[in-house]
Design a protein around this ligand. Structure first.
Ligand code: AMP
Length: 279
């Protein structure tokens, strides 16, 4: 069932809570793919009711980012949600979420300074704000986030802990195309040539993991190998970052250890792609 108003969503939630239903929540920006579907399936398994939000949140996009061209197809998304047995799709308008006079933001410090946060000022402030609003509206028992956006997952976990929010954050594995490319709504932007070049991101991550498993722990060497693989591709415009980080603090490492995350952001043509892997 499609819900567009905050007030309607809140009254539905109130009714569900009264009946003692548990609520699983999957926040998305729509243009759903298998990555999103895996989160929905997880939620379906663990809760009585599953709510998916579809909201392209303007306040998490920078001025020169892809807000206007971000892919949208509500009909297609609704069909997918129906097929997956989603109970409610919350799809508010911008005005519904940020009415005139809107002035309140949630900021998580520290974890948001690095990686994507360093290159996308204000991005995580937009994310933590919208997720807080969505949590207040939907009051989920559990909320599902993909490890594809590893930093986002950790920032939300931190926020929930710091603000004593009553929701359990569940991190779900990265879903990839058969050839290894991490699924993303933004893959839709890629030309066939760019799609070929984009494959180098996962290739580089898999290669670095393989080298680590063979005994290489020098982060500069691992990063060097990855850069070689990625920069050999004609459509790669820029590596924004490659970092090997501690899985909890997100601090950059010099010597890689089991459990660390290799995270990267790369421009393929004009499309900024992110991916990561755990050692
Ligand atoms: P988005 O619509 O891109 O904002 O993503 C909504 C949620 O789906 C986030 O928690 C993402 O981390 C998650 N997600 C996106 N792509 C994938 C993927 N390939 N595998 C797993 N989760 C994903």
């Amino acid at each position: 069932m499609l819900v567009r108003n905050v007030s309607e969503m809140k009254s539905i939630v109130k009714g569900l809570k009264k009946e003692g239903m548990t609520i699983g929540f999957v926040p998305t920006m729509g243009y759903l793919h298998e990555g999103h579907i895996s989160l929905i399936k997880c939620s379906k398994k663990e809760n009585d009711i599953t709510v998916v939000s579809i909201f392209v949140n303007p306040i998490q996009f920078g001025k020169n980012e892809d807000l206007d061209k971000y892919p949208r197809d509500l009909d297609r998304d609704l069909k997918i949600c129906k097929k997956e047995g989603v109970d409610y799709v919350f799809h508010p308008s911008y005005e519904e979420m940020y009415p005139e006079g809107y002035s309140t933001y949630v900021i998580t410090e520290g974890l948001t300074d690095k990686l994507c946060g360093a290159f996308r000022p204000g991005h995580f402030k937009g994310v933590t704000t919208v997720v807080t609003k969505l949590f207040n509206i939907i009051q989920p028992d559990k909320a599902y986030f993909g490890k594809k956006d590893y930093q986002q997952y950790k920032v939300i976990e931190r926020m929930v802990k710091d603000l004593n929010m009553d929701v359990q954050i569940i991190g779900c594995p990265i879903i990839r195309e058969k050839d290894g490319l991490a699924m993303s709504s933004r893959n839709n932007y890629l030309s066939p040539e760019e799609r070929k070049s984009a494959l180098s991101l996962s290739k580089a991550l898999f290669r670095a993991k393989e080298l680590f498993e063979k005994g290489e722990t020098d982060v500069e060497k691992l990063k060097g190998e990855m850069r070689k693989i990625i920069l050999s591709q004609p459509e790669v415009k820029e590596i924004q970052y490659i970092e090997i980080i501690h899985p909890e603090t997100l601090e950059s490492k010099k010597v890689a250890e089991k459990g660390d995350i290799i995270a990267l952001a790369v421009f393929v043509g004009d499309t900024r792609l992110i991916d990561n892997i755990q050692l």
